[in-house]
Design a protein around this ligand. Structure first.
Ligand code: GLA
Length: 319
């Protein structure tokens, strides 16, 4: 079988999201096809530190060891997010002391993994997409103020001058989010804030309009930053009401079409796209089985539940 990472060697890194279980259960596929690794949860704030003054690195260590052993790069994910962040850091604090807490957190992690991690999602999902508001209302924003991204990127770069720093978000190819993200990043750039790239999560579905992908890439590319596709999957559902027990053939075909077209666009933008990461290895284990509807099977990835390549895999390797 063709190896994805070999097929794409002249284009970009092919990444995968995994966890301490899937690096065992899906080891063969990961080794054969991927040269970049993102931890599904193991490097998120709450997984590293549940209580004040307590840090647990064993799971993150396992992931980094696996990556090293298999010559994979590691994308760091993530530092500042409204989810999976321990409440204690926001209690009895003010701007200065929260920035200090964050500084200590980044220093600790960077000291441990600086040889293994080459880039970080510094801010994840900071833009609002449900209301007219510009920034998402989070404890970070409430305590640090409207310009918190600026402070956070500056601190991160001070500690990690040699790492590429990213802003990462979802719905990034849809209005009004795309315009808001571009505005936020442009503002940072105009102020000389050290940001190196934009992470486009790419949680899309089988009926995604690929022209929209093309237009989005065109706009992000103009920022002059690096682009990483960070969390790609292609859901077989378009609404919460649908539910299949087997993947419908027609949808798998449409999914393959979307994967094929999206990867063609990524290849066309290879001068700015450095990395494309799939949010999971194979359809037997994927987060969309429980999101946005709990306990509803989904088949969003390149390999099927038996770890065989799907039509989508064929489409992205035939060029
Ligand atoms: C977001 C986060 C990821 C992950 C997914 C769901 O996209 O950035 O870390 O939690 O949601 O799996």
């Amino acid at each position: 079988m063709i190896s994805l990472k070999e097929k794409y060697a002249d284009y970009f890194k092919i990444g995968v999201c995994a966890n301490t279980k899937t690096i065992v259960s899906h080891e063969d596929l990961i080794k054969a096809h991927f040269n970049s690794l993102t931890c599904e949860n193991e490097m998120k704030y709450i997984r590293l530190s549940q209580k004040q003054g307590e840090y647990t690195f064993s799971d993150a260590d396992q992931m980094v060891d696996f990556a090293k052993k298999n010559h994979m790069l590691v994308r760091g994910h993530n530092f500042v997010w409204h989810n999976q962040t321990p409440q204690y850091i926001f209690e009895n604090t003010d701007k200065e002391s929260l920035l200090n807490t964050l500084r200590n957190h980044i220093e600790l992690i960077n000291n441990r993994y600086k040889d293994s991690i080459y880039c970080w999602d510094v801010v994840n999902e900071g833009i609002e997409d449900k209301t007219e508001e510009y920034l998402r209302d989070t404890p970070w924003k409430r305590i640090l103020g409207e310009h918190y991204m600026e402070d956070v990127f500056r601190i991160a770069k001070e500690i990690m001058p040699d790492k590429q720093l990213f802003y990462n978000d979802y719905n990034e190819i849809c209005e009004p989010k795309i315009t808001k993200i571009i505005k936020a990043v442009t503002e940072l750039l105009n102020k000389g804030v050290p940001i190196d790239g934009v992470g486009m999560q790419f949680h899309i579905h089988f009926d995604t309009d690929c022209e929209r992908i093309e237009k989005a890439l065109e706009r992000y590319a103009k920022l002059g930053l690096r682009i990483h596709i960070t969390e790609m999957d292609v859901s077989l559902y378009k609404s919460d009401e649908e539910r299949f027990t087997e993947p419908p053939k027609k949808r798998l075909e449409q999914q393959a079409e979307v994967y094929g077209k999206a990867f063609k666009i990524f290849r066309d933008y290879k001068d700015v796209v450095d990395s494309v990461t799939l949010w999971g290895v194979a359809d037997d284990v994927n987060w969309l089985d429980n999101f946005p509807v709990r306990n509803r099977k989904n088949w969003p990835l390149l390999f099927d539940i038996d770890h065989n390549p799907k039509e989508a895999f064929e489409r992205i390797t035939q060029f």
